[in-house]
Design a protein around this ligand. Structure first.
Ligand SMILES: [Zn+2]
Ligand SMILES: [Zn+2]
Length: 257
């Protein structure tokens, strides 16, 4: 399995997942041109991309979905609530396929299992993706890690987890109080501390390559996000397999398992 986070943050999100010659995109919150450039920058071939999955209807996840689906002539998968909320992005030519939490979708050798998350959207899901014995678990845009989320991420070889904000930066920052409350709330976003805790818990069963994603530009830095994880592992003398911080403006290197 090959994973590349093509970009992640409040201005756009898109993840490339490939196995045995078939690839899918999870979200497409960038212009098509930009995503095409990012794919090319990592030597990834658009002809392998067979489907686009959307997690929820927020702009940073769907901005380029319609155009990329048309250009690549691929179907778009999302929950009925998400697809309905974004009908305006599609001109009727795209195949829109509803998914449901708990029901596997197969695309080539990839098996994608959507699971519900708590976030302020109509019917948001995240995905775990299996291919053979390998597994990638993705969870961004969620207010807290429910038992279901933890179960779905367990046994992953790669974990892509939201590390949205440093709580002190958010509390002391310039956002209006209501927005701070929303971000920290049960339907908001995971903090660095939340991300560190879940990575720590998950990797006691199986070590995994970890990617921190969806960092806030206002309320976080890559250094703080990374430090939260490293400090927790150091405190308990636990080894971290690999840790990557996904950026808004550049694709990560390709991570293979
Ligand atoms: Zn988002
Ligand atoms: Zn969102």
């Amino acid at each position: 399995m090959k994973i590349c986070v093509l970009g992640s943050g409040s201005k756009g999100n898109c993840i490339y997942v490939e196995s045995h010659g078939t690839a899918v995109l999870i979200d497409q919150g960038f212009s098509h041109k930009k995503i095409d450039e990012r794919l090319e920058s990592r030597g990834l071939d658009t002809s392998k991309i067979k489907a686009l999955f959307i997690t929820h209807e927020h702009d940073d996840h769907v901005r380029g979905v319609g155009i990329t689906a048309r250009k690549l002539d691929i179907p778009v998968y999302g929950t009925a609530g998400t697809l309905d909320a974004k009908r305006n992005l599609f001109n009727g030519d795209q195949e829109l396929i509803p998914v449901e939490s708990g029901i596997i979708v197969k695309v080539g050798s990839l098996e994608l299992l959507p699971f519900s998350v708590s976030h302020d959207a109509v019917d948001p899901v995240q995905f775990c993706i299996h291919s053979g014995k390998k597994k990638t678990g993705i969870a961004t845009d969620l207010g807290f890690v429910s038992t279901l989320v933890e179960q779905r991420l367990r046994e992953s070889d790669i974990i892509i987890i939201e590390s949205n904000h440093d709580v002190d930066m958010l509390k002391n920052g310039s956002y209006p109080w209501e927005l701070k409350q929303r971000i920290m709330g049960r339907k908001g976003h995971l903090s660095n501390r939340n991300a560190a805790d879940i990575i720590f818990n998950l990797t006691q069963y199986k070590s995994a390559k970890t990617i921190l994603a969806h960092l806030s530009e206002e309320n976080n830095t890559a250094e703080l996000a990374e430090k939260a994880v490293r400090e927790l592992f150091d405190r308990f003398d636990r080894r971290l397999l690999s840790l990557t911080v996904a950026a808004q403006d550049e694709a990560t290197t390709i991570i293979e398992i």
